[in-house]
Design a protein around this ligand. Structure first.
Ligand code: UTP
Length: 315
Protein backbone atom coordinates (compact mmCIF):
# COMPACT_ATOMS: atom_id res chain seq x y z
CA UNK A 1 0.00 0.00 0.00
CA UNK A 2 1.28 3.46 -0.85
CA UNK A 3 1.55 5.71 2.15
CA UNK A 4 -0.76 8.70 2.13
CA UNK A 5 -3.32 7.03 -0.18
CA UNK A 6 -6.26 6.83 2.18
CA UNK A 7 -8.95 8.01 -0.27
CA UNK A 8 -11.44 5.38 -1.33
CA UNK A 9 -12.07 5.15 -5.05
CA UNK A 10 -15.38 4.26 -6.74
CA UNK A 11 -15.71 0.58 -7.60
CA UNK A 12 -15.23 -0.39 -11.24
CA UNK A 13 -18.15 -2.24 -12.78
CA UNK A 14 -18.10 -1.45 -16.51
CA UNK A 15 -15.96 -2.76 -19.35
CA UNK A 16 -15.73 -1.09 -22.76
CA UNK A 17 -14.54 -3.19 -25.69
CA UNK A 18 -13.67 -1.24 -28.86
CA UNK A 19 -14.24 -3.51 -31.86
CA UNK A 20 -14.91 -1.04 -34.65
CA UNK A 21 -11.53 -0.93 -36.37
CA UNK A 22 -11.14 -1.73 -40.06
CA UNK A 23 -8.79 -4.67 -39.50
CA UNK A 24 -6.87 -3.93 -42.69
CA UNK A 25 -3.91 -6.13 -41.68
CA UNK A 26 -6.21 -9.13 -42.00
CA UNK A 27 -7.82 -8.47 -45.36
CA UNK A 28 -9.53 -10.12 -47.15
CA UNK A 29 -10.78 -12.14 -44.13
CA UNK A 30 -12.05 -8.91 -42.56
CA UNK A 31 -13.82 -7.58 -45.63
CA UNK A 32 -17.25 -8.60 -44.32
CA UNK A 33 -16.38 -9.95 -40.84
CA UNK A 34 -14.94 -8.02 -37.90
CA UNK A 35 -11.43 -9.27 -37.06
CA UNK A 36 -12.61 -9.75 -33.48
CA UNK A 37 -14.83 -12.61 -34.77
CA UNK A 38 -11.94 -14.61 -36.23
CA UNK A 39 -11.76 -17.95 -34.39
CA UNK A 40 -8.91 -18.68 -32.02
CA UNK A 41 -9.16 -22.50 -31.99
CA UNK A 42 -12.96 -22.75 -31.71
CA UNK A 43 -14.01 -19.48 -30.05
CA UNK A 44 -13.99 -16.01 -31.63
CA UNK A 45 -11.22 -13.81 -30.23
CA UNK A 46 -13.79 -11.42 -28.77
CA UNK A 47 -15.28 -14.13 -26.54
CA UNK A 48 -11.97 -14.58 -24.73
CA UNK A 49 -11.96 -10.82 -24.13
CA UNK A 50 -15.52 -10.73 -22.75
CA UNK A 51 -14.70 -13.75 -20.55
CA UNK A 52 -11.66 -11.90 -19.22
CA UNK A 53 -13.79 -8.87 -18.28
CA UNK A 54 -16.34 -11.08 -16.55
CA UNK A 55 -13.72 -12.99 -14.59
CA UNK A 56 -12.34 -9.66 -13.34
CA UNK A 57 -15.85 -8.91 -12.00
CA UNK A 58 -17.03 -6.63 -14.84
CA UNK A 59 -20.22 -8.06 -16.27
CA UNK A 60 -21.60 -4.81 -17.69
CA UNK A 61 -19.95 -4.82 -21.10
CA UNK A 62 -20.29 -2.12 -23.75
CA UNK A 63 -19.01 -3.09 -27.15
CA UNK A 64 -18.13 -0.33 -29.61
CA UNK A 65 -18.99 -1.70 -33.03
CA UNK A 66 -18.65 -0.42 -36.56
CA UNK A 67 -19.74 -1.64 -39.97
CA UNK A 68 -20.23 -5.43 -39.98
CA UNK A 69 -21.44 -5.28 -36.38
CA UNK A 70 -24.10 -8.00 -36.85
CA UNK A 71 -21.88 -11.08 -36.23
CA UNK A 72 -20.65 -9.53 -32.95
CA UNK A 73 -24.15 -8.87 -31.66
CA UNK A 74 -25.44 -12.24 -32.85
CA UNK A 75 -22.62 -14.11 -31.15
CA UNK A 76 -23.60 -12.79 -27.72
CA UNK A 77 -27.33 -13.23 -28.36
CA UNK A 78 -29.52 -16.35 -28.16
CA UNK A 79 -29.83 -18.51 -31.28
CA UNK A 80 -33.12 -20.35 -30.69
CA UNK A 81 -33.07 -22.29 -33.96
CA UNK A 82 -29.62 -23.74 -33.30
CA UNK A 83 -30.41 -24.39 -29.64
CA UNK A 84 -33.57 -26.31 -30.47
CA UNK A 85 -31.77 -28.36 -33.16
CA UNK A 86 -29.06 -29.34 -30.64
CA UNK A 87 -31.69 -30.06 -27.99
CA UNK A 88 -33.54 -32.41 -30.37
CA UNK A 89 -30.29 -34.23 -31.07
CA UNK A 90 -29.59 -34.50 -27.34
CA UNK A 91 -26.20 -32.79 -27.87
CA UNK A 92 -25.89 -31.24 -24.39
CA UNK A 93 -22.19 -30.36 -24.74
CA UNK A 94 -22.58 -28.26 -27.85
CA UNK A 95 -25.82 -26.76 -26.55
CA UNK A 96 -23.93 -25.55 -23.47
CA UNK A 97 -21.24 -24.02 -25.70
CA UNK A 98 -23.85 -22.16 -27.74
CA UNK A 99 -25.64 -20.86 -24.65
CA UNK A 100 -22.44 -19.91 -22.83
CA UNK A 101 -21.71 -16.84 -24.94
CA UNK A 102 -25.24 -15.43 -24.58
CA UNK A 103 -25.28 -15.94 -20.79
CA UNK A 104 -21.85 -14.44 -20.13
CA UNK A 105 -22.51 -10.77 -19.43
CA UNK A 106 -25.01 -7.94 -19.79
CA UNK A 107 -24.06 -6.75 -23.26
CA UNK A 108 -24.61 -3.24 -24.59
CA UNK A 109 -23.66 -1.88 -27.98
CA UNK A 110 -22.84 1.55 -29.34
CA UNK A 111 -22.01 2.36 -32.92
CA UNK A 112 -18.88 4.27 -33.91
CA UNK A 113 -20.02 5.82 -37.17
CA UNK A 114 -16.57 6.24 -38.70
CA UNK A 115 -13.48 4.50 -37.37
CA UNK A 116 -11.76 7.75 -36.35
CA UNK A 117 -9.34 6.05 -33.99
CA UNK A 118 -9.22 4.27 -30.63
CA UNK A 119 -9.63 7.55 -28.70
CA UNK A 120 -12.82 8.28 -30.63
CA UNK A 121 -14.09 4.71 -30.03
CA UNK A 122 -13.57 5.18 -26.27
CA UNK A 123 -15.36 8.55 -26.40
CA UNK A 124 -18.40 6.79 -27.91
CA UNK A 125 -18.71 4.99 -24.53
CA UNK A 126 -19.13 8.22 -22.52
CA UNK A 127 -22.96 8.25 -22.27
CA UNK A 128 -23.01 4.63 -21.07
CA UNK A 129 -20.09 4.91 -18.65
CA UNK A 130 -21.04 8.21 -17.01
CA UNK A 131 -18.86 9.54 -14.21
CA UNK A 132 -17.15 6.35 -13.01
CA UNK A 133 -13.77 4.79 -13.66
CA UNK A 134 -14.06 2.01 -16.24
CA UNK A 135 -11.99 -0.65 -17.98
CA UNK A 136 -11.14 -0.75 -21.68
CA UNK A 137 -10.18 -4.08 -23.29
CA UNK A 138 -9.15 -4.02 -26.94
CA UNK A 139 -11.21 -6.58 -28.80
CA UNK A 140 -8.27 -7.95 -30.77
CA UNK A 141 -5.82 -8.23 -27.87
CA UNK A 142 -5.85 -11.60 -26.20
CA UNK A 143 -4.39 -12.08 -22.73
CA UNK A 144 -3.89 -15.71 -21.72
CA UNK A 145 -6.74 -16.55 -19.32
CA UNK A 146 -4.20 -17.89 -16.78
CA UNK A 147 -2.31 -14.58 -16.58
CA UNK A 148 -4.41 -12.24 -14.47
CA UNK A 149 -3.72 -8.75 -15.78
CA UNK A 150 -7.01 -6.89 -15.60
CA UNK A 151 -7.72 -7.83 -12.00
CA UNK A 152 -4.27 -6.55 -11.00
CA UNK A 153 -4.90 -3.27 -12.89
CA UNK A 154 -8.22 -2.79 -11.09
CA UNK A 155 -6.51 -3.38 -7.72
CA UNK A 156 -3.81 -0.85 -8.64
CA UNK A 157 -6.45 1.72 -9.68
CA UNK A 158 -8.28 1.21 -6.39
CA UNK A 159 -5.00 1.77 -4.56
CA UNK A 160 -3.59 4.76 -6.47
CA UNK A 161 -6.71 6.28 -8.08
CA UNK A 162 -6.44 7.93 -11.50
CA UNK A 163 -5.86 5.74 -14.53
CA UNK A 164 -3.86 2.57 -15.09
CA UNK A 165 -2.41 1.27 -18.34
CA UNK A 166 -0.86 -2.11 -19.17
CA UNK A 167 2.78 -2.17 -20.26
CA UNK A 168 4.91 -4.92 -21.68
CA UNK A 169 8.64 -4.82 -22.36
CA UNK A 170 9.36 -5.36 -26.07
CA UNK A 171 12.54 -5.50 -28.15
CA UNK A 172 13.70 -1.97 -29.16
CA UNK A 173 13.07 -2.72 -32.85
CA UNK A 174 9.41 -3.50 -32.03
CA UNK A 175 8.57 -0.30 -30.14
CA UNK A 176 7.52 1.61 -33.27
CA UNK A 177 4.48 -0.69 -33.46
CA UNK A 178 3.13 0.46 -30.07
CA UNK A 179 2.62 3.45 -27.83
CA UNK A 180 5.64 3.80 -25.52
CA UNK A 181 5.77 5.08 -21.94
CA UNK A 182 8.35 7.03 -19.93
CA UNK A 183 8.17 5.61 -16.42
CA UNK A 184 9.38 5.99 -12.84
CA UNK A 185 9.59 3.21 -10.23
CA UNK A 186 7.11 2.83 -7.38
CA UNK A 187 7.23 0.76 -4.20
CA UNK A 188 5.41 -2.07 -6.05
CA UNK A 189 7.79 -3.98 -8.32
CA UNK A 190 5.15 -4.50 -11.05
CA UNK A 191 3.80 -0.91 -10.95
CA UNK A 192 5.38 2.19 -12.51
CA UNK A 193 4.33 5.83 -12.53
CA UNK A 194 3.87 7.09 -16.09
CA UNK A 195 5.51 10.45 -16.79
CA UNK A 196 5.08 10.58 -20.56
CA UNK A 197 3.59 8.71 -23.52
CA UNK A 198 4.24 8.68 -27.24
CA UNK A 199 2.33 6.82 -29.94
CA UNK A 200 4.38 4.56 -32.25
CA UNK A 201 7.76 6.32 -31.80
CA UNK A 202 10.84 5.69 -33.93
CA UNK A 203 13.30 3.62 -31.94
CA UNK A 204 15.59 6.62 -31.31
CA UNK A 205 12.70 8.71 -29.94
CA UNK A 206 11.21 5.99 -27.72
CA UNK A 207 11.33 6.95 -24.01
CA UNK A 208 11.63 3.25 -23.02
CA UNK A 209 10.94 -0.28 -24.23
CA UNK A 210 7.67 -0.32 -22.30
CA UNK A 211 4.94 -0.79 -24.89
CA UNK A 212 1.29 -0.01 -24.16
CA UNK A 213 -0.88 -3.09 -24.65
CA UNK A 214 -4.65 -3.32 -24.95
CA UNK A 215 -5.92 -3.04 -21.38
CA UNK A 216 -6.73 0.22 -19.59
CA UNK A 217 -8.53 1.29 -16.43
CA UNK A 218 -9.48 4.91 -17.00
CA UNK A 219 -10.72 7.84 -14.98
CA UNK A 220 -13.81 9.39 -16.64
CA UNK A 221 -11.86 12.70 -16.93
CA UNK A 222 -10.46 11.13 -20.10
CA UNK A 223 -13.79 11.79 -21.86
CA UNK A 224 -13.46 15.57 -21.40
CA UNK A 225 -9.97 15.42 -22.86
CA UNK A 226 -10.98 13.19 -25.78
CA UNK A 227 -13.70 15.68 -26.77
CA UNK A 228 -10.98 18.17 -27.66
CA UNK A 229 -8.20 15.80 -28.74
CA UNK A 230 -7.17 16.57 -32.31
CA UNK A 231 -6.40 13.74 -34.72
CA UNK A 232 -2.79 12.66 -34.20
CA UNK A 233 -0.64 9.96 -35.73
CA UNK A 234 -2.27 8.37 -38.79
CA UNK A 235 -4.99 11.08 -38.77
CA UNK A 236 -6.73 9.18 -35.92
CA UNK A 237 -7.89 10.42 -32.51
CA UNK A 238 -5.36 8.63 -30.35
CA UNK A 239 -6.13 7.42 -26.84
CA UNK A 240 -2.40 7.73 -26.12
CA UNK A 241 -2.56 11.50 -26.79
CA UNK A 242 -5.44 11.90 -24.35
CA UNK A 243 -3.54 9.87 -21.73
CA UNK A 244 -0.54 12.14 -22.24
CA UNK A 245 -2.77 15.09 -21.44
CA UNK A 246 -3.99 13.34 -18.26
CA UNK A 247 -0.33 13.01 -17.26
CA UNK A 248 0.44 16.66 -18.14
CA UNK A 249 -2.49 18.18 -16.26
CA UNK A 250 -2.20 16.05 -13.12
CA UNK A 251 -1.06 17.61 -9.86
CA UNK A 252 -1.54 15.91 -6.49
CA UNK A 253 -3.39 18.95 -5.07
CA UNK A 254 -5.82 19.20 -8.02
CA UNK A 255 -6.43 15.43 -7.80
CA UNK A 256 -7.18 15.69 -4.07
CA UNK A 257 -9.89 18.24 -4.90
CA UNK A 258 -11.22 16.07 -7.74
CA UNK A 259 -10.15 18.69 -10.30
CA UNK A 260 -8.11 16.44 -12.56
CA UNK A 261 -8.16 12.79 -13.59
CA UNK A 262 -5.44 11.76 -11.13
CA UNK A 263 -2.12 10.11 -11.91
CA UNK A 264 -1.45 7.51 -14.60
CA UNK A 265 0.25 4.30 -13.50
CA UNK A 266 1.34 1.29 -15.49
CA UNK A 267 1.18 -2.38 -14.56
CA UNK A 268 4.11 -4.23 -16.10
CA UNK A 269 2.77 -7.45 -17.59
CA UNK A 270 5.06 -10.42 -18.04
CA UNK A 271 2.49 -13.00 -19.14
CA UNK A 272 1.27 -14.30 -22.48
CA UNK A 273 -0.42 -11.85 -24.83
CA UNK A 274 -1.39 -12.12 -28.50
CA UNK A 275 -2.41 -9.40 -30.96
CA UNK A 276 -4.98 -11.37 -32.93
CA UNK A 277 -5.19 -8.52 -35.46
CA UNK A 278 -1.65 -9.41 -36.56
CA UNK A 279 -1.47 -12.52 -38.74
CA UNK A 280 1.74 -13.93 -37.23
CA UNK A 281 0.57 -13.44 -33.65
CA UNK A 282 -2.84 -14.84 -34.53
CA UNK A 283 -1.22 -18.06 -35.79
CA UNK A 284 0.97 -18.28 -32.68
CA UNK A 285 -2.09 -17.84 -30.45
CA UNK A 286 -3.92 -20.67 -32.16
CA UNK A 287 -0.97 -23.08 -32.05
CA UNK A 288 -0.22 -22.36 -28.41
CA UNK A 289 -3.79 -22.49 -27.17
CA UNK A 290 -4.54 -25.62 -29.23
CA UNK A 291 -1.46 -27.39 -27.82
CA UNK A 292 -2.64 -26.64 -24.30
CA UNK A 293 -6.20 -27.85 -24.79
CA UNK A 294 -7.04 -31.15 -23.09
CA UNK A 295 -9.31 -32.30 -25.90
CA UNK A 296 -7.20 -31.25 -28.91
CA UNK A 297 -3.71 -30.88 -27.46
CA UNK A 298 -2.36 -34.46 -27.39
CA UNK A 299 -3.12 -35.22 -31.08
CA UNK A 300 -2.19 -31.75 -32.25
CA UNK A 301 1.14 -31.76 -30.43
CA UNK A 302 2.03 -35.16 -31.93
CA UNK A 303 1.29 -33.81 -35.41
CA UNK A 304 3.17 -30.57 -34.73
CA UNK A 305 6.27 -32.38 -33.48
CA UNK A 306 6.32 -34.51 -36.62
CA UNK A 307 5.78 -31.48 -38.82
CA UNK A 308 8.60 -29.51 -37.19
CA UNK A 309 10.98 -32.48 -37.39
CA UNK A 310 10.24 -32.85 -41.12
CA UNK A 311 10.69 -29.11 -41.65
CA UNK A 312 14.10 -29.20 -39.95
CA UNK A 313 15.22 -31.98 -42.24
CA UNK A 314 14.52 -29.89 -45.34
CA UNK A 315 17.71 -28.65 -47.01
P1 UTP B 1 -6.00 -1.27 -34.42
O1 UTP B 1 -4.95 -0.31 -34.09
O2 UTP B 1 -5.59 -2.70 -34.45
O3 UTP B 1 -6.68 -0.82 -35.79
O4 UTP B 1 -7.16 -1.10 -33.35
P2 UTP B 1 -7.64 -1.58 -36.79
O5 UTP B 1 -8.15 -0.59 -37.75
O6 UTP B 1 -8.71 -2.35 -36.05
O7 UTP B 1 -6.74 -2.68 -37.52
P3 UTP B 1 -5.69 -2.55 -38.73
O8 UTP B 1 -4.49 -1.86 -38.14
O9 UTP B 1 -6.35 -1.80 -39.83
O10 UTP B 1 -5.40 -3.97 -39.11
C1 UTP B 1 -7.04 -1.53 -32.00
C2 UTP B 1 -8.42 -1.78 -31.42
O11 UTP B 1 -9.20 -0.59 -31.45
C3 UTP B 1 -10.40 -0.78 -32.18
C4 UTP B 1 -10.12 -2.01 -33.06
O12 UTP B 1 -11.33 -2.68 -33.37
C5 UTP B 1 -9.20 -2.83 -32.20
O13 UTP B 1 -9.92 -3.62 -31.26
N1 UTP B 1 -10.68 0.46 -32.94
C6 UTP B 1 -9.69 1.07 -33.68
C7 UTP B 1 -11.96 0.98 -32.92
O14 UTP B 1 -12.87 0.43 -32.26
N2 UTP B 1 -12.20 2.12 -33.62
C8 UTP B 1 -11.24 2.76 -34.35
O15 UTP B 1 -11.55 3.81 -34.96
C9 UTP B 1 -9.95 2.21 -34.38
Amino acid sequence: MVSGMSQSHPRITKAVIPAAGLGTRFLPATKATPKEMLPVVDKPAIQYVVEEAVSAGLDDVLMVTGRNKRPLEDHFDRNYELESALQKKGDADRLAKVQQSSDLATMHYVRQGDPRGLGHAVLCAAPHVGDEPFAVLLGDDLIDPRDLLLQRMIDVQQQYGGSVIALMEVAPEQIHLYGAAAVECTADSDVVKVSGLVEKPDVEDAPSNYAIIGRYVLDPAVFGILRTTEPGRGGEIQLTDALQQLVDTHTPSAAAEGKDGGPVHGVVFKGRRYDTGDRGDYLRAIVRLACEREDLGPDFRTWLRRYVTEEMQQP
